[in-house]
Design a protein around this ligand. Structure first.
Ligand code: AMP
Ligand code: ZN
Ligand code: FE
Ligand code: FE
Length: 280
C-alpha cells in the first residue's frame, strides 16, 4: 500500500486539474491519495469522481492557512464534512483575503519597477481557485521577469521578501477545533519547514496535542533526516499520528513528486477510524 496524504491541484496553487492529479497518482503507483488544496474543498467532487473511475482511493482533505503567534502555519484536515457551516465560513474568509491580495501584489511589483497588473495575475488562476503567491510567481514567469516559481520566491515572494504581501490566517487552535467539529482529523503540515521550526517547539506541539491535534507530518521534503527522526520520536512520545507525504504541486514545485514520501498503512487506518468515529 502506497499512501500520499498531501497534494495540491489547480483549485489552489498546484498545476494539475483534480482529475489529472488523480490520474497522476494512479500513474505513480499510489493506492491512496489525499487532495489537500489551500483553504478550499472545491476540488474534491471532481477528484472523488475520477478516483472512483480509475480505481484509486481518495481521502478528502484540505490545508488550512493558520497562524501561531503571528507565524504562518499550515494545518491539514482530513475527512471534514464539506457542508459544515462554521468551517466553510472560515474558509470563505481566508479565500476572500487571498483574492483581495491580487491588487496589492500588482501595486507592489509595479512599485518595485516590475510593472504587473491584477489581470495578468488573474490570467494564471483557474476559475474559482484559491489564489496564492505561486500564481503571482506564474505571472512573473509569463512576463519573462523570472525563470520559474523558485526564482520568483527567492527574489521577491518569500516571507518578508520585497514582493511579499500579508493575508488573513486563522488562529491555529481555532482551526484545529473547526476541523474536529466538522468531523475531521487535524494534522500539522511540515511542522519544522520554512519559518516554523522556531515557533512550533516541542512544548508547543505538546500543548497543541492537548488542544485536539491528531498528528504531525513527519516525512516531508522540508525535513532532513535529523528532523524526521526527532519528529517521529516526538510523535511517539505525545501519542500523535506520524504521516508522510509529497506536498505535490504538479510542475509548480520541484522535488515534490507524488509518493516521494508516504504514510504507513496502519497510520492511515487510524485516520480513517477517527473520521468514522467523528462522523456520528
Ligand atoms: P500563500 O499561502 O499564498 O502566501 O503562498 C504560500 C504557498 O507558496 C505555499 O503554500 C507553497 O505552496 C508555495 N511556495 C512557497 N515557497 C515556494 C517556492 N520556493 N517555490 C514554489 N512554491 C512555493
Ligand atoms: Zn501550495
Ligand atoms: Fe503547506
Ligand atoms: Fe501543501
Amino acid at each position: 500500500m502506497r499512501i500520499d496524504l498531501h497534494t495540491h491541484s489547480n483549485v489552489s496553487d498546484g498545476t494539475d486539474t483534480p482529475a489529472a492529479l488523480v490520474d497522476a497518482a494512479r500513474g505513480a503507483g499510489l493506492d491512496v491519495v489525499a487532495l489537500t488544496d489551500h483553504d478550499t474543498l472545491a476540488g474534491l467532487p471532481e477528484a472523488r469522481e475520477r478516483a472512483r473511475q480509475v480505481g484509486i482511493e481518495l481521502l478528502d482533505g484540505i490545508e488550512v492557512s493558520t497562524q501561531w503567534q503571528g507565524t504562518s502555519v499550515h494545518l491539514l484536515g482530513y475527512g471534514v464534512r464539506d457542508d459544515d457551516e462554521a468551517l466553510n465560513a472560515e474558509l470563505e474568509r481566508l479565500r476572500a483575503s487571498r483574492a483581495a491580495r491580487i491588487d496589492q501584489f500588482a501595486e507592489r511589483f509595479t512599485e518595485l519597477g516590475l510593472p504587473l497588473t491584477a489581470d495578468e495575475i488573474r490570467a494564471q488562476i483557474a476559475p474559482g481557485a484559491s489564489v496564492g503567491r505561486p500564481h503571482v510567481a506564474d505571472a512573473l514567469v509569463a512576463k519573462g521577469m523570472v525563470a520559474d516559481r523558485t526564482e520568483a520566491f527567492e527574489r521577491y515572494l518569500a516571507d518578508g521578501g520585497p514582493g511579499y504581501v500579508e493575508r488573513y490566517a486563522t488562529e491555529l487552535v481555532q482551526a484545529i477545533a473547526l476541523i474536529r467539529a466538522a468531523g475531521g482529523v487535524a494534522v500539522l503540515a511540515h511542522p519544522w519547514g520554512r519559518g516554523t521550526e522556531s515557533v512550533l517547539t516541542e512544548p508547543v506541539i505538546a500543548e497543541l496535542a492537548e488542544q485536539g491535534l491528531d498528528g504531525i507530518e513527519v516525512r516531508h521534503q522540508d525535513h532532513g533526516p535529523v528532523k524526521r527522526l526527532r519528529l517521529a520520536e516526538l510523535a511517539g512520545r505525545l501519542g500523535l499520528l506520524a504521516t508522510g507525504s509529497s506536498d505535490y504541486h504538479g510542475t509548480g514545485k520541484v522535488n515534490h513528486d507524488l509518493g516521494v514520501n508516504t504514510t504507513q498503512p496502519q497510520v492511515y487506518r487510524q485516520i480513517r477510524e477517527r473520521i468514522a468515529e467523528r462522523s456520528v
